[in-house]
Design a protein around this ligand. Structure first.
Ligand code: HEM
Length: 404
């Protein structure tokens, strides 16, 4: 057994048992952050804060929500919205956070792509990030089922139908997922369990993995400079704080992060109080009705780009294209063959690739929202082809890139 001495303070008592000083050094006071990074590096912290808002508001909603197909709709739209004091506030916080979190995730992802933050030892950061993207998507989808409105029911029907695999006709798999022939009580129960327990647990574990994956390679910087973190941190600790290229995560960098988080929260609560309706589909204010299909079924804005990759093709080709879109971002670190981890603006053809991909995904999102009539159908079709073509071209154009 280790040797314990009489503690001089509570901190010392804990330190002897839990090595809290060492943990504090590794995670905060000697976790080094480059000085040359901009506000886009605060997106990770904003995501962590938004996830915390989702957890807290979700716990309050859980106190009154009823996972029963006869009661769910009223428990949300009547009990929580008008009977429970401040129930509306927690619902608006939860709904707005669920939508805004995807906006921030996309900004965070495209920042990583622009600066090449998935390269040279940062692959596990990227892959854990993509796993977070997938789990957040599953969390959003399962949460969307819970109010048991028209869009909950029909989106649940359409998405679970995808598992039949087109002409594979794996209808047994679809029934197994639903626990019934159509979305009903078994379906609501299991999606409720996934939404409030299993997926949040997975997200918490993945956030831990994502943060852990950042510790050894450290965060990238906006100039693509390869910083010697050992040498620079020694400089800092020796007193040359101005000359060192790094600062401590806590409290120095955290205070900058918190300023951006503060600005974000002003914008966030502005939406919660004055524009919460953007995060709520009006069709979902009608209770679920299995006998009345809504004229136009579409997912939330953050899934529209991948939905539009599925829609313009025949069933089987559409499913393959959709599956491709779901997994291809995972492969980015391996498809980008260039050794340069520098901003896209200083890279060869990749700078055009980056902007083409971003604009293409915005077009796909817009086309996913409108009904598939002309000319939208054709625009969507070509945007989907462009998406696939860009990914096929990536290894070739990055292989040609000269080392900078
Ligand atoms: C949703 C939960 C997520 C949280 C809480 C989170 C949190 C963070 C934090 C705190 C950082 C360090 C600071 C920063 O660069 O912002 C970071 C970095 C990073 N994240 Fe995430 N992240 C999440 C999702 C994602 C996703 C979906 C991706 C993309 C696939 C991703 C990819 C990255 C990359 C590549 C870095 C390294 C940036 C660099 O080295 O400059 N993260 N993340």
């Amino acid at each position: 057994m280790a040797h314990f001495t009489k503690a001089t303070s509570v901190k010392d008592w804990l330190d002897q048992r839990l090595a809290i000083e060492k943990i504090e050094k590794v995670m905060a006071s000697e976790y080094w952050i480059p000085k040359n990074i901009n506000f886009l590096w605060a997106m990770g912290m904003i995501l962590a804060v938004t996830f915390a808002l989702l957890l807290v508001s979700g716990i309050f909603l859980l106190m009154y929500y009823q996972p029963n197909i006869k009661l769910a709709f009223d428990s949300v739209n009547y009990t929580i919205m008008s009977e429970v004091e401040f129930g509306w506030l927690w619902r608006h916080v939860h709904g707005v956070a669920a939508s805004v979190v995807f906006l921030i995730i996309y900004i965070h992802m495209f920042t990583g792509i622009y600066y090449g933050s998935y390269k040279k030892g940062r692959e596990t950061i990227w892959i854990s990030g993509m796993l977070l993207f997938v789990t957040f998507s599953a969390e959003a989808f399962s949460g969307y089922m819970l109010p048991w409105g028209q869009m909950s029911y029909w989106a649940g029907m359409v998405i679970t139908n995808l598992f039949s695999g087109g002409s594979l006709h794996a209808d047994g798999l679809v029934e197994w997922i639903r626990g019934d022939y159509v979305p009903a009580q078994a379906f609501l129960n299991r999606f409720f369990m996934l939404h409030v327990l299993l997926i949040p647990l997975a997200i918490l574990g993945l956030i831990g993995l994502h943060f852990g994956a950042l510790r050894i390679p450290h965060v990238n910087n906006q100039d693509g400079e390869e910083i010697d973190f050992d040498a620079e941190s020694k400089k800092y600790l020796a007193g040359d704080k101005a000359g060192a290229k790094v600062i401590r995560f806590a409290n120095d960098f955290m205070s900058k992060d918190m300023m951006v988080v503060g600005i974000y929260l002003v914008f966030f609560f502005y939406l919660v109080f004055f524009h919460y309706d953007f995060a709520m589909d009006p069709v979902n204010f009608d209770p679920a009705n299995g006998l009345k299909t809504p004229t136009h079924i579409y997912p939330e804005w953050y899934f529209l780009w991948s939905y539009e990759i599925l829609r313009p093709f025949s069933t089987n080709v559409g499913l393959i294209a959709f599956a491709f879109a779901q997994v291809i971002f995972f492969a980015l670190p391996f498809l980008d063959k260039s050794p340069n981890a520098i901003p896209a603006s200083r890279r060869g053809l990749f700078k055009y690739w980056f902007w083409a991909m971003l604009i293409d995904m915005i077009i796909l999102t817009a086309m996913g929202k409108v009904p598939p009539i002309e000319p939208f159908g054709t625009v969507g079709f070509f945007a989907a082809l462009t998406f696939i073509g860009l990914w096929i071209a990536l290894p070739f154009i990055t292989k040609m890139e000269k080392e900078v």
